[in-house]
Design a protein around this ligand. Structure first.
Ligand SMILES: N[C@@H](CCC(=O)N[C@@H](CS)C(=O)NCC(=O)O)C(=O)O
Length: 199
């Protein structure tokens, strides 16, 4: 059997968790390579773009960029629509989640005052617009109706991040009022393979 390894930091979240969940839901057996933060400086130069997640498939060049990894898993393991145009609509959602992740990410290096101002502006502006745009795209409970996809997985991990209440000035219940996104979150959370992953 071809060996598959997913490298990411040793925590249950972020871009790596999206890929782990997708591999698990896709029924792919993989080595779950969890990098200790202390070992990262030595490993960073070995990654294609100096960051993780990275998917290593025996005999192929290493694949970086979470959305490229999700796209590959999605198309090979029935977690993206077969139709190329419908699949592209899902990839647009993956990229839109990245856009929000990047905007939140930019605030991490800020001092407290600057962070408060930036995150308040984010929840009142971009995040409001973001959640309304996303809600529009969800057929329910998943993006494509009854069939789970990598877009649902990426949205689930993002909502989980906000719900953990670790992001000062971004309320953990920010997404709660959005019925479609919350139904999607609950559908992914209770999906048998997701339950199995967190067991
Ligand atoms: N656009 C990339 C971003 C990758 C990224 O920034 N990964 C972070 C962890 S989520 C990382 O490796 N940080 C450590 C570093 O850049 O040194 C993706 O979607 O995979």
């Amino acid at each position: 059997m071809t060996s598959v390894t997913l490298s990411y930091f040793d925590f249950s979240g972020g871009r790596g968790e999206e890929c782990r969940l997708a591999l698990h839901l896709g029924g792919v057996e993989f080595n779950d390579d969890r990098i200790d933060f202390n070992d990262w400086p030595g490993k960073k130069p070995m990654m294609p773009y100096g960051a993780v997640p990275v998917l290593k498939i025996e005999g192929k060049p290493d694949l970086a960029q979470s959305n490229a990894i999700l796209g590959l898993i999605g198309s090979q393991h029935d977690l993206l629509p077969d139709d190329a145009y419908d699949a592209a609509l899902h990839v647009a959602i993956l990229n839109y989640v990245e856009e929000l992740t990047m905007r939140i990410g930019e605030t991490f290096q800020m001092d407290e005052e600057e962070k408060k101002e930036a995150r308040t502006k984010l929840i009142e502006g971009f995040m409001k617009e973001w959640v309304s745009n996303i809600d529009d795209k969800i057929e329910g409970p998943y993006v494509a109706g009854n069939k789970i996809s990598v877009a649902d997985i990426k949205l689930f991990v993002l909502v989980s991040w906000v719900k953990q209440d670790n992001l000062d000035y971004i309320p953990s219940n920010f997404f709660d009022a959005n019925s479609k996104l919350m139904s999607l979150y609950k559908a992914v959370e209770t999906h048998p393979k997701v339950v199995d992953w967190y067991k």
